[in-house]
Design a protein. Sequence first.
Length: 339
Amino acid sequence: MLVGDLRSHFSELVERSIEVHLGDLTVDENATRILVEDGPGEGFYLTEKVERAFARFLGVPMNYLEKCPPELKAHNLNYWLQAKAGATAVIETVNNQFVTVHKSGLTVIPLNRVVEVISDNLDPNYQVVDLTRGEDLFQLDVITDHQIEVEPREDIEDRNPVLHTSVGDITHGGIRFRSNPTKAEPPVVQTYLHRLWCSNGATSPIAEGTIKLKGLTVDDVLSEIETAMNRAIGDLDAKLASYAALATKQPPGSKENFARQLGNEHKIPARVLNKILDRVEVLPEDATLYDIMNIFTSMANEEGIRYETMLKLQELGGALAMDTDAVTHRCGTCERLLP
């Protein structure tokens, strides 16, 4: 998919934010639906998901509601809704399906608006290499025409040109977008480096790319996303050059100790880190930081890796590639960072 295809891809997405007073909500007598009094015919089936969302919003223990027979559950929910009748709630829906309920006044960035900003500001021919969309997560990885190539090495399997005859060891620079389309969570814009040989991803720090919501309107946040996106693209050539330079640099001290310390600092789970260290151990003694980085980032693609761990592995790779001096300023014996 190309960036130019995004609008049509999301053309059937209908997002609504329904703001209501709790007193305008009623649960039917059999606890099968929750109805919006001000909207004729407006309502949602009281599925476990809807029930759990309203229980959390009202501060009612879900395990209690589960034990109630339907009539008592309806009575209790209506009691608590009327007890807080004047409070305002916002019900988020996608294609007329309930997603969540939250208090009013929060800055929630609709997915359609994010797609508009991306489509309006990026070259329509840029490639989308990953698109993840769920009720509480939108992640888009886009690569641009900024790229760099690293010299292959036959004695390292991951860099052996014989095994990768179709294309050189090329890495494209790009951007990663992450946002929550139904909750007030700060969106993130990161530099994203995508290696073609193994589809490895490396990203700039999450904290660095996080756009704070406090005091900002939706339009303000979208403007911040646009600014962050343009800034990231402007820095791509410099970051790609720093990334490629890793192939000329050795780790400080033992490659195994360096990888272990790096993994511990980024809180990589022990089970995953042990697999990484096994691979680092078989690298030749003159292996470079580039080789170590790619072991970490390729692990992010393996089956069974949790999403949170994937993000940590890719952020670790980005830290090593884009902030090399700070990451490698260490004691050559214990591998701890030096002041």
